[in-house]
Ligand binder design. Structure first.
Ligand SMILES: [Zn+2]
Length: 155
């Protein structure tokens, strides 16, 4: 699904970075380069962390199977799942539990983006910038705003 179509923007109005399970790890030079370019050069006002329900990457993170390098990439999701295991255990259906994990992962990645030095520096110099967390449903075409928007320090 082209990202600009989800939000009704024309091609080129949105600078998009994609990876498996929409992660924003602070050691990933590719993600960090995209983030800095977007903030410092393009001067974007909104950073959107957008996950999607039914995400195969989220499911793969916690199904116990071994896939190789991607298991390392998906490690942050297992950390979130571990930290929130009581909440997640309350879901009786796997699909609902995994969809909640999709949301929890987006919320964590919003925090990662917001705590990044490029974002912190932009806020320190008064540059308008918000970081939002959304989850997209491929089946309904609808976006869920998780209401975790950050517009200033971590508070
Ligand atoms: Zn996915």
């Amino acid at each position: 699904m082209p990202a600009n179509e989800i939000v009704g923007l024309d091609p080129g109005e949105m600078f998009v970075h994609r990876n498996v399970a929409n992660l924003a790890p602070s050691q990933d030079a590719n993600y960090l380069s995209v983030l800095q370019f977007a903030i410092d050069v393009l001067k974007v006002k909104h950073v959107l962390v957008v996950g999607h329900y039914g995400c195969g990457g989220i499911a793969a993170a916690v199904d116990g199977a071994r896939r190789g390098l991607v298991d390392h990439w998906l490690h942050p999701i297992r950390e979130v799942a571990h930290e929130r295991k009581d909440e997640l255990a309350a879901y009786t259906h796997d699909r609902e539990r995994l969809n909640r994990l999709c949301e929890l992962n987006v919320i964590r990645q919003v925090r990662n983006v917001a705590s990044d030095v490029f974002v912190q520096d932009a806020w320190a110099r008064g540059q308008p910038l918000s970081v939002h967390g959304w989850v997209y449903s491929l089946s309904s075409g609808l976006i869920t705003d998780l209401n975790v928007t950050m517009t200033g320090g971590l508070g």
